[in-house]
Write a protein that binds this ligand. Structure first.
Ligand code: ATP
Ligand code: MG
Length: 576
C-alpha cells in the first residue's frame, strides 16, 4: 500500500483537548478524528488495527467454544424493564422513543437481548451449554467522556455470554473464557494483569478484570510482589492482622480546634500523628445517611461500604446532609452521640485514645475509646489498601500500579435468567434456571491502551499483532529508478512474511518520511536510498528498540525475513 494513496492525514500538533498520549498520537498519526464529545471516526489505519485485534479475538473465542452472532444495537425498553435495569442503569443508558411512543435504548451491553434470544430457543438440558459472542458498537452516555478512545461514548466491544445447566457448568465456561483472555492479550503483545474486581452494576458475585499496565490507567491495581494475587484497588482486601486493644483511656474531653477541618490541620494543632485521629465520613447509602470511620492516615473505600451495606448507590454526603446529621459543618463530624448507624474499619480496634470530631463547629474530642464511647454497628474492612499493606493471601508486600481495564469477565449466576425467566427442562422434566456468565473486551480501548503502553516522544510503537502495517519501506530517492526498483523488491520480500506493507515513495524530504514513519509506528522499518545502494545495503530500524542495521542487497529476501524475526523476538522478550 503506497503512503501517497493511503488516507493517513498526519499532523504536527496534538489536539487541544487531548490529555493522554494515546489520544494525542491517534489524532496526530491520522488514525482517528473526533466527531463530537466521546464519538470518533476511525480512519483507515485505525480500522486496520481494530480488524487485526478482532481477528485475534475471533480466533480465541472460537477456540473457547463461543460462536459469533450479531445482536441489534437498538434495544426495546421493555426488556430492560423486565430485568429491572431500566430504572437502575442510570444516565449512561441513552433512551429514546419511536414514533409510537415506545421506549428504546442504544445498547450499552447486551445481557437483556441475549437472554431474550436464548430463552426463546433453548428448551432442554440437551441444548446447553450455549456460548455466544459478538463484536459491536456500544453506546454509553458516559458522564465524563475523555482520553480519546479510552473512554468514549460510542465504542467497539466484544461481548460474550454463556448459558449453563448449573454452577459447575458456569464455572467451566468462565474458566475457559479466562484462559482465552490470557491468550488474547498475550498474542496482542501487551503487558497485562488479570485482577480480581468488583462486579459493579452488571451484578453477579465474582469477576476478573484484565488490565493493560500503563501510567495513564484510570485504575489502580494492588498486586502481590510474591504470589499471583492482584486486585483492583476498589476490591483489594486489607487483612487486619493486629490484636484487639484491651486497654481503655481517660474520659474524653472537648478541645477547641478553630478552623481545623482537615486531618493535617488537627494534627498540627494538637501535635499528633494522623494515626491517632479517627476520620468520620458521612455517606448516603440508598438515601439513608451512615457514618464510616477510618484512621486519619487512611482513605475510605466506598465500594467496600456499598458491598457491606448491600446498597445500590453510595455517595459522600454533601455539606447540608453533614450539617443535618452531625449538627456541625464538614470537618467536625465524630462518632460520639451520632444517631445514624456507624461502621468502623477493622484496624480501629487496635488502639484507644483517639481524637474525633465533636459534632460541633471548631471542636474535637480527645481521649475517645470507641468501644466505650460510641455505638459501632460493625467493624469491617472498609479502607483502601496502601503500599504499606501486605498481601491478603501470602503476607508479602503489596505493589500499586496503574492499569487500563481492557476486559472484564463476570459470573452472573441467575441474575438475568431469574428476572427474565430463562429456563430449561432438566432430565426429570423439571424446570431449572440457566446459569449465566458475561465476558467483555473493549476493542477500541485495547487500541488506545496498546499505544499508552508502547510509545516514545516520536510516536506510536505498535506491537506487530496490532500494527495497521507490520512493515514500512521508505524510499529516500523515489526519482531514482534503481532505488525504486530495490525498494519495490523490499516491499515484495516483506509482504511475503508480514502481510501488506506501507510503502513511502512520496516526493518529500527524508526527514518528513522518517518522522511520519516513527509517528505511525510500524514495528519494522526498511530504508532504501542512493547512498545505501551504492554500498550494497538496505537499512533497517527496529521501532521498538530503535536499533539500526543493514541488510545486504545480495541476500535481500533472507535478510528481510531474518530482520522481521528479530523484531518479533524483541517483542516476545518484552512481554514478560
Ligand atoms: P469502566 O469501569 O472503565 O467504566 P465498565 O466496568 O463500565 O468499565 P464493562 O461494562 O465491563 O466496563 O465493559 C466491558 C469492557 O468495555 C471494559 O472492560 C472496557 O474495556 C470497555 N469499555 C467500557 N466502557 C468503555 C468506554 N466508555 N469506552 C471504551 N471502552 C469501554
Ligand atoms: Mg463504565
Amino acid at each position: 500500500m503506497r503512503f501517497r494513496s493511503c488516507y493517513i492525514p498526519t499532523l504536527k500538533e496534538s489536539p487541544a483537548d487531548a490529555e493522554v498520549i494515546s489520544h494525542k498520537l491517534l489524532v496526530r498519526a491520522g488514525m482517528v478524528r473526533k466527531l463530537t464529545s466521546g464519538i470518533y471516526v476511525y480512519m483507515p489505519t485505525a480500522l486496520r488495527a481494530l480488524k487485526k485485534i478482532e481477528t485475534v479475538l475471533r480466533e480465541e473465542m472460537a477456540a473457547a467454544g463461543f460462536e459469533e452472532l450479531l445482536l441489534p444495537a437498538v434495544q426495546p425498553g421493555d426488556l430492560w424493564k423486565e430485568s429491572g435495569r431500566w430504572t437502575h442503569y442510570g444516565k449512561e443508558l441513552l433512551r429514546f422513543k419511536d414514533r409510537n411512543d415506545r421506549d428504546y435504548c442504544l445498547g450499552p451491553t447486551h445481557e437483556e437481548v441475549i437472554t431474550d434470544v436464548v430463552r426463546g430457543e433453548v428448551r432442554s438440558y440437551r441444548q446447553l451449554p450455549v456460548r455466544l459472542f459478538q463484536i459491536q458498537t456500544k453506546f454509553r452516555d458516559e458522564i465524563r467522556p475523555r482520553f480519546g478512545l479510552m473512554r468514549g461514548r460510542e465504542f467497539v466491544m466484544k461481548d460474550g455470554y454463556s448459558f449453563d445447566l448449573d454452577d459447575a457448568g458456569a464455572e467451566a465456561s468462565y474458566a475457559v473464557c479466562k484462559k482465552a483472555y490470557y491468550n488474547i492479550f498475550s498474542r496482542l503483545g501487551l503487558r497485562f494483569r488479570a485482577v480480581e474486581a468488583d462486579s459493579g452494576s452488571i451484578g453477579g458475585n465474582f469477576s476478573h478484570e484484565f488490565h493493560v499496565l500503563a501510567d495513564a490507567g484510570e485504575d489502580t491495581i494492588a498486586s502481590c510482589t510474591q504470589c499471583e494475587y492482584a486486585a483492583n484497588i476498589e476490591r483489594a482486601e486489607v487483612r487486619f492482622a493486629g490484636e484487639k486493644c484491651t486497654e481503655t483511656c481517660q474520659a474524653f474531653e472537648e478541645v477547641a480546634t478553630p478552623d481545623a477541618h482537615s486531618v493535617e490541620e488537627v494534627c498540627s494543632l494538637l501535635h499528633l500523628e494522623p494515626s491517632r485521629i479517627v476520620k468520620t465520613m458521612i455517606f448516603v447509602a440508598d438515601g439513608k445517611p451512615v457514618a464510616v470511620l477510618v484512621r486519619g492516615d487512611r482513605e475510605v473505600n466506598d465500594v467496600k461500604v456499598k458491598n457491606l451495606l448491600h446498597a445500590e448507590e453510595v455517595e459522600l454526603a454533601g455539606p447540608e446532609t453533614v450539617q443535618a446529621v452531625t449538627g456541625a459543618p464538614v470537618g467536625f463530624a465524630g462518632p460520639v452521640g451520632l444517631s445514624v448507624p456507624v461502621y468502623a474499619d477493622s484496624e480501629l480496634v487496635a488502639a484507644t485514645d483517639y481524637v474525633v470530631g465533636a459534632n460541633k463547629g471548631d471542636a474535637h474530642l480527645m481521649h475517645v475509646d470507641l468501644a466505650r464511647d460510641c455505638t459501632i454497628e460493625a467493624y469491617a474492612d472498609l479502607r483502601l489498601i496502601t503500599e504499606h499493606d501486605c498481601c491478603p493471601r501470602c503476607g508479602a508486600p503489596i505493589e500499586l500500579t496503574r492499569g487500563i481495564e481492557v476486559g472484564h469477565i463476570f459470573k452472573l449466576g441467575c441474575k438475568y435468567s431469574s428476572a427474565m425467566h430463562c429456563a430449561y427442562l432438566d432430565e426429570n422434566g423439571k424446570e431449572q434456571l440457566m446459569v449465566m456468565g458475561c465476558y467483555g473486551i473493549g476493542v477500541s480501548r485495547v487500541l488506545a491502551a496498546a499505544i499508552e503502553q508502547n510509545h516514545d516522544e516520536n510516536g506510536i510503537i505498535f506491537p506487530p499483532a496490532i500494527a495497521p502495517f507490520v512493515a514500512e519501506v521508505i524510499n529516500l530517492d523515489p526519482a531514482d529508478a534503481t532505488v525504486s526498483s530495490w525498494a519495490e523488491k523490499a516491499c515484495q520480500g516483506l509482504e511475503a512474511v508480514c502481510g501488506e506493507v506501507l510503502y513511502d515513495d512520496r516526493e518529500e524530504r527524508p526527514g518528513i518520511k522518517f518522522k511520519d514513519a516513527d509517528l505511525v509506528g510500524c514495528p519494522v522499518q526498511v530504508i532504501l536510498g542512493g547512498k545505501g545502494i551504492a554500498r550494497g545495503v538496505a537499512e533497517t530500524k527496529n521501532r521498538l528498540t530503535g536499533e539500526k542495521g543493514t541488510i545486504s542487497l545480495d541476500q535481500l529476501e533472507e535478510g528481510l525475513k531474518g530482520f522481521v524475526a528479530q523484531v518479533e523476538a524483541t517483542w516476545a522478550a518484552r512481554k514478560a
